[in-house]
Design a protein around this ligand. Structure first.
Ligand code: PFF
Length: 449
């Protein structure tokens, strides 16, 4: 082994890091956008149910395997395998996860770069640099590449510093700032005219939509992406948790924080759209609420423009929020290939971080040059197809491959009474049968959608 393994120094540190991974563009952008596209409150309700009945048990599978093996996903799955065949499957699944985590990072950094560009725009405007301000908000390859690079450098730098001095320290600083910014923005937006209409749409479920299979598929995808599942981020973070901690409780806290912040982001974005409408901004296109990039990069900036000087300030705060959310997630993605390289190939961490981060930036460059088609391909390959499939394999490993006694032993560390808890009565069977099956059914549905 190249160096002593890192460990989170406190419970708070782990919660901030894992919640930082979970809370990202998926919460602040993906969740409200999906809600706007899929029938408002009905989607919100389904998402919450799926987050707890499907994503939480899968998250626990990663945390248990990670802390038990104290290894990255490639090492972990090979280690718990009892037979040669399971070991080979484990190893290849782990390697595939390393690849997928890296590919998610390659497109995620591009989107995060756009957020930084929009963050810089009010500053350029305030300084009277109108040409620069225009470049910052108009899409171009040069803009994408410049800001993707900036974001990649920040991500690499944090990861090169290690678990405690990098991941834990920065997540513990950034997550509370994110919460403060989000809270302040919600209060401001809810006080504006028009916000109530947005709230009504957001909070009133249209129950006829609840059984709609498309909404179900979208809600599952959202829950998996949002909890960073399948690609080994939660597994590697789990491997840095102290043996004194109560895993089921930590997993539950992370799930609650993640869904809570997604819910708060909805409280900000959907009412903001109706405030924009009240101020004369068009928020429907072809009868549907605008969603996707148009919502974040056109509708909301148009709203900020109608608010005068305060709007500049609000716009800055909003894109700062987005950038922070993205950074605490991207570091968890880069940690997956870096931990693998450090542990399985005995490389020093800083070297691994800079080399792998550089390679991922090269992939981002190809995606930028390849345009929408390349971007869509990588997003679908990673989030639509790979994350659910990897999630199934992880559940199967926790449920079938890892010995039940070992699982219990692991959970009992930090939770002595584990055997008597509701968690232990439900979860082992659940992760064996229900989770893989539910994920598979929803996945097959998504292929037909
Ligand atoms: N959970 C992050 C978000 O909601 O934006 C995205 C993410 C992070 C996905 C880490 C996958 C991952 F490994």
């Amino acid at each position: 082994m190249a160096a002593a393994r890192g460990q989170f120094s406190s419970r708070f540190g782990f919660i901030m890091a894992a919640a930082g991974s979970a809370v990202g563009l998926g919460n602040v952008w993906g969740f409200p956008t999906n809600t706007a596209e899929n029938g408002g409150g009905a989607f919100v309700l389904l998402y919450f149910v799926l987050a707890f009945v499907l994503a939480y048990p899968a998250l626990m599978a990663e945390l248990v395997i990670g802390r038990h093996t104290r290894s990255n996903m490639v090492g972990a799955l090979s280690e718990i395998a009892g037979s040669n065949r399971a070991r080979t499957v484990g190893k290849f699944t782990g390697l595939y996860a390393v690849l997928i985590a890296s590919l998610i990072l390659s497109f995620y950094s591009i989107v995060a770069g756009w957020m930084i560009a929009h963050l810089a725009e009010p500053v350029a405007t305030a300084l009277g640099c109108d040409g620069a301000a225009r470049w910052l908000v108009e899409s171009s390859a040069s803009r994408s590449l410049f800001f993707t690079l900036l974001f990649a450098l920040a991500t690499i730098w944090v990861i090169s510093r290690g678990v405690e001095k990098g991941i834990e320290k920065w997540s513990s600083r950034l997550m509370p700032s994110l919460l403060l910014l989000l809270g302040a923005l919600i209060v401001y937006v809810l006080l504006q005219d028009g916000a109530a209409d947005g709230l009504a749409l957001y909070l009133n479920p249209d129950f006829s939509q609840i059984t709609n299979p498309t909404i179900m598929v979208e809600a599952m995808g959202q829950a998996f992406f949002s909890l960073s599942l399948g690609v080994g981020t939660m597994l590697i973070y789990g491997s840095y948790i102290s043996k004194q901690e109560n895993l089921p409780q930590l997993g539950a806290i992370v799930t609650v924080v993640d869904t809570g912040i997604a819910f708060m982001a909805g409280l900000l974005i959907i009412p903001a759209m109706f405030v924009a409408q009240n101020n004369g901004v068009e928020i429907f296109s072809n009868g549907d609420l605008v969603a996707g990039p148009g919502l974040i990069f056109q509708t909301l900036p148009a709203l900020f423009d109608t608010m005068g000087g305060t709007g500049q300030f609000i716009g800055f705060a909003f894109f700062a929020l987005m950038t922070i959310a993205a950074l605490t997630s991207s570091i968890s993605m880069l940690e997956v290939p870096v931990a693998y390289t450090v542990e399985n190939h005995n490389q020093p961490r800083p070297k691994a971080a800079w080399l792998i981060g550089g390679a991922i930036f090269a992939i981002s460059t190809l995606i930028v040059l390849g345009g929408d088609a390349a971007f869509g391909f990588v997003v679908d390959l990673t989030t639509k197809y790979s994350q659910p499939l990897l999630g199934i394999v992880l559940c199967l490993f926790a449920g079938w491959v890892m010995h039940r006694n070992k699982v219990l032993e692991e959970i009992k560390q930090g939770m002595e009474q584990a055997e008597q808890t509701l968690f232990w009565k439900i979860w082992p069977g659940y992760v064996r049968y229900v989770c893989p099956l539910l994920i598979a059914v929803t996945f097959i549905n998504s292929l037909r959608a």
